[in-house]
Ligand binder design. Sequence first.
Ligand code: UT7
Length: 331
Amino acid sequence: MSIKYYAKISGTGMYVPDKILTNSDLEKIVDTTDEWIRTRTGMSERHLAADNQAASDLAYEATIKAIKAARIKTKDIDMIIVATISGDHPFPSTACILQQKLGLKDFPAFDVSAGCTGWIYAANIAKQYIETGVAKNILIVGVEILTKITNWTDRGTCILFGDGAGATIISRAGEKDISRFIDSELSADGTHYDLLIQNAGGSRMPATEETVKENLHTVYMEGNKIFKNAIRSMYSACDIVLKRNHLDVHSIDWLITHQANLRIIQALGKKMKIDEKKVIVNIEKYANTSSATIPMALDEAIRNKKIRHGDIVLMASFGAGLTSGSLLIRI
Ligand code: UT7
């Protein structure tokens, strides 16, 4: 495909609900300890959505900040892609609900289901639409409320997740702009689809009294099998984009990976031989917010002036599917 225009990130925003659940709070819910959670995951606390908050509510708050940062008007948005596995409803898409909340209509709005890699998938799709000249300002949002589909009796999963949203405006870059998407790689390995799954509620296992009683509408995960796959797949996605662009790890100013486990982030950093000061980590405050971890970390790092205009940022994620992907960008 020949590139007609370049895409760039023109604005970011994030939102987390007010309620905080600490590791000590979790000690009162399941047989766990603050020490186990900190040492095995790097997490200290996470934010929980209120009963009356759904994914589109979190997405809306993050979007308003991203629109302001991008210095565009809401009506300049010409496509919405929401990455989520915990949307407001199984259908319609959360993107359409967000479109309605923003007072917009008459352009494409759709959700992407790629688990924790969802925001990278959405960014890759947005890149194609900008580069071909079809769209000018695409709103992409990674948003999850996994705590509403969490099995609070399973200590192997309930300690891991938090709620949040990260919104990003992807715009057509100007001719003299140095900010631009450099490359992106996506992949999936469906042979492991059952390692991380919400078993009931779809056409394979429709909702019944039994499925609710057996907690089959909540997240099921074989954590340690995913752990090994996560490092391998993110390393591969990063290696592919670096090699394809004749770059090495020294050319990278910042690495942002999916925040699922501090040990995964550190193991990947070690395998890539990247200076640990270049690796952005905020897992201690928000835990695993699935598709929202990368856009939230990106927004925070830009707002606290860690990531600056012109910096090269490599991002990588993995998740349910099993999906994986990377994104190489000049901010
Ligand atoms: O977002 C994308 C998808 N998700 C992930 O990326 C998750 C990837 N996996 C992980 O982060 C880790 O596998 C976990 C944090 C989920 C688990 O850590 P682990 O080091 O792989 O532990 P494990 O599952 O191998 O369990 C080790 C022990 C077990 O006890 P025994 O059998 O050795 O006696 C577990 O029962 O730790 C026990 N355990 C806990 N103990 C205290 C598991 N969860 C807990 C807990 N508190 N919350």
